[in-house]
Each structure stands twice: as structure tokens, then as C-alpha cells.
Design a protein around this ligand. Structure first.
Ligand SMILES: [Zn+2]
Length: 420
């Protein structure tokens, strides 16, 4: 299996369109469960020649299959197409600061097994966490009961910055020993499966494009608010990675040039103001200055127990301190959204990650910033959306990395264990 970033860049227009059309067809088939070619043409708007060409190619490669015949409206019964349920499985892994998640699913996203280890992960030294990662991979394979030969590849999403092409994390702050460690190569060697690594925001953006709020959008920017703030840029239906894989590092754009120094070396980065961690700090300060809040009772005056989840819960119950902290976060995200819109001119901004749970509280504020401040030549409002995939976007993103590869590479044929 070839890797995303090693795909030739020249002549990419035609290649992009093919990927896009394959993706559109895959999605239409998946949404319908089983669908006739006539309905597929209607759904996708593709011309019959293109449709025939692509469906034949997908059938030949075993990614879709004939599902027997359906009821015909007129004349002969038409044969139906569906996603090939037996073609294989994808193993998706999400590396986060405090845990690892592993998922095995078929191409139709029917989950076979999902498992999370909650021991702090990337924060642990590499000689402890790398074996834990390999153990998790073996454990989900075993638990799922799937034949190793059916696994098409492993997709891994991890916090950036990272070098997707070389399969390494780059100087991750607070992740001892991970700097430049050949994580992809190690996993490929130990497991025997082709592996694709990308950052969590890019992975999540890809998941939104294939399965989430970006399904019907060709140009959008996804902002992932987790422990840090990241971004994934989708242009013409596919990820825009930039020359050095750092496109979309929105979390490290400066909001205040006189602000504190960030771990990245820049000053006053967005991440320092808009991360869940920043919200927790704001609440902590408010409580320490004596402001009244539901949270004081909930945490029994132990400031270490303040978490973004508790703040979100309090805000939903109308707590003023919690709401104020989220409002400040929303305003900073509003500024970021305007900057992003003025840089990329997308169709929409999608927000996801931990903030998905407070979408209804922060969205109106961010939308107001966009409505009032972004440069737009459109009569219509440029929407700010909350991820449909919520906190699962980076994990489904890891799955999508491999899926995208399957659809990107016509030469790709699933490998059986005997061929490995
Ligand atoms: Zn920074």
C-alpha cells in the first residue's frame, strides 16, 4: 500500500477528481445500504460513462459487490450494489495525551471491537508506551476475532506536529522520547500491516469529509479543540497538507503578540486561550477570587478537580462562571474562524473534539463573529457547524486514512496474510 504523501503530486487534478468521484459513489452506496445503478446516477449526478467506469473498477477491486436484484419500477429488475462487507477490515488507532483507542471495523464502519486504555499514554516514556501500543493492537485483533489476513491496514491519528511522510512525531512537547521516533515503521515491522500516520486534526477533517458534517462540502476548514487546538484544511474534497505537512496549524497562530510564550516558540498562540485547559484555568481563577459557582460545591473546593467536562455541565445548568469561561473561549475561536475564512475562503467551518459537547452554547457567538467580521462576497451566511462525529472524529479519521488510500490507489489490492 502506498502512502498518501508519497503519491505523485503532478497531474493531481485528474487524480483528485477520480478520488472525489470514487468517494461520492462509495458514500452514496453506503448511505443507501444497497442501490441500483440508476438510483446511483440520480444520487450522485455523475454521467453514466463515469459511473459505469468507476463502479466497474470498484467491483473489480472488490470494494463493492453485487447485492442481488431489487424491485424494478419499470421493466426488468435492476441489480443492486453494496459495500463489500467481507472485503476486509481496517484497524484504527488514536493516540492521545492520556490514552490510546483502538478500533477494528469493516469498510462499512460496522464496528467489530473498540477498546481504550486509560493509562496516560504519550506522556509516558516511549519504552513503556510503545509496547503498550503494540499490545493494544494485538488485543483488539484478538478480541475482534477477525482473521489477520482480512486487515487491510492500520491508520493512526496522533497529536501534531508530525511528519506523515516519514511516519514520525516531531518534537512533541511533554512526550518524552517520542521526538523523531519511527512510530510508523516500528508498527509495520512488528505487526506486518501497512500503516498510515497523520495528525489528529487532519484525520478528523478527513472523517468529516467522508462521514460527517463535511460530507456535502468540497472546501472547509475543520478546527479540532482537544487538549490543544489543531486544524485540518479540505480543499477540492481532499486534505490540503501544505509543503511541509503543517498546513492548518491554527492553534499556533498568534491571537496576542504580547501574550505568553507557547510551547511552539511563538507568543500568544490561539491554543493558549481556546483550549479546554485555558477554560479550566479561567474557572479556577474566578473561583479563587471568590466568585460564586455551582462548581465550588461539585469539586469540594479542590481546584485540581476542575475539568472541562464539569465546566460544560455547570454552564448547561446556567452557572455564570462556567458560562463566562466558555464565552471567552468562543470569542477567541470566533477570531480564529474569521482568520481562517479570510485565508481560505471555505464553504463552512466545522468545529469538533472536546468542544462538541458545548456546541449549542458557543456556536452562536462564533457565528456572530463570522457574520460581522469575515470578508465574504456571498449573499448567504457562511455556516459554522459542529462536528457530527463529535469526539470520535479523530478515531474515525484514523480509519478514513486507510479507506482514502484504498480509494486513492487503483493499484491497491487487499493483501492476504499468506502474501505478507
Ligand atoms: Zn504555539
Amino acid at each position: 500500500m502506498k502512502r498518501i504523501s508519497s503519491a505523485p503530486q503532478s497531474g493531481s487534478n485528474l487524480k483528485d477528481i477520480r478520488l472525489l468521484n470514487r468517494a461520492v459513489i462509495f458514500r452514496a452506496i453506503r448511505d443507501a445500504g444497497a442501490i441500483s445503478r440508476a438510483d446511483l446516477a440520480k444520487q450522485t449526478g455523475l454521467n453514466p460513462a463515469t459511473l459505469t467506469h468507476i463502479t466497474r473498477e470498484l467491483l473489480d477491486r472488490g470494494l463493492i459487490e453485487d447485492a442481488g436484484s431489487g424491485e424494478a419500477r419499470v421493466g426488468r429488475r435492476s441489480s443492486l450494489l453494496r459495500i463489500h462487507s467481507k472485503i476486509g477490515n481496517i484497524l484504527a488507532v488514536r493516540l492521545a495525551r492520556h490514552n490510546i483507542q483502538g478500533l477494528i471495523t469493516d469498510l462499512d464502519l460496522h464496528e467489530k471491537v473498540i477498546h481504550t486504555t486509560s493509562s496516560s499514554f504519550l506522556s509516558n516514556p516511549i519504552d513503556a508506551s510503545m509496547p503498550a501500543l503494540l499490545e493494544l493492537i494485538e488485543m483488539v485483533i484478538e478480541k475482534s476475532g477477525v482473521d489477520r489476513g482480512t486487515i487491510l491496514g492500520i491508520g493512526i491519528s496522533a497529536p501534531g506536529p508530525l511528519d506523515a511522510d516519514r511516519g514520525i512525531l516531531i518534537a512533541p512537547p511533554n512526550f518524552p522520547g517520542w521526538d523523531s521516533f519511527p512510530i510508523r515503521k516500528t508498527i509495520e515491522e512488528k505487526t506486518g500491516f501497512s500503516t498510515i500516520l497523520d495528525n489528529d486534526a487532519n484525520s478528523a477533517a478527513l472523517a468529516e469529509k467522508w462521514f460527517g458534517s463535511g460530507r456535502n462540502l468540497d472546501n472547509f476548514v475543520f478546527i479540532l479543540v482537544e487538549d490543544g487546538v489543531g486544524g485540518g484544511v479540505v480543499i477540492n474534497g481532499d486534505l490540503y497538507r501544505g509543503q511541509h505537512d503543517v498546513a492548518g496549524e491554527i492553534g499556533h497562530t498568534t491571537i496576542d503578540r504580547n501574550g505568553p510564550i507557547c510551547g511552539c516558540g511563538n507568543t500568544g498562540c490561539l491554543e493558549l486561550y481556546a483550549s479546554p485547559h485555558a477554560v479550566e484555568s479561567r474557572v479556577r481563577q474566578a473561583l479563587m477570587s471568590g466568585q460564586k459557582s455551582l462548581l465550588s460545591r461539585w469539586i469540594d473546593n479542590d481546584m485540581n478537580r476542575i475539568s472541562f467536562e464539569l465546566v460544560a455541565q455547570a454552564a448547561k445548568q446556567g452557572d455564570a462562571v462556567a458560562r463566562e469561561a466558555l464565552l471567552e473561549m468562543a470569542q477567541v475561536l470566533g477570531i480564529a474562524a474569521v482568520n481562517v475564512i479570510n485565508s481560505f475562503d471555505p464553504q463552512a467551518i466545522i468545529l469538533g473534539g472536546k468542544i462538541s459537547s458545548v456546541g449549542e452554547l458557543i456556536l452562536p457567538v462564533i457565528q456572530e463573529y463570522v457574520d460581522k467580521r469575515a470578508i465574504s462576497r456571498s449573499e448567504q451566511q457562511l455556516p459554522v457547524l459542529i462536528s457530527e462525529l463529535g469526539e470520535n472524529a479523530p478515531l474515525i479519521g484514523a480509519f478514513s486514512l486507510v479507506l482514502r488510500e484504498l480509494f486513492q490507489n487503483p493499484e491497491f489490492h487487499p493483501v492476504t496474510s499468506s502474501q505478507r
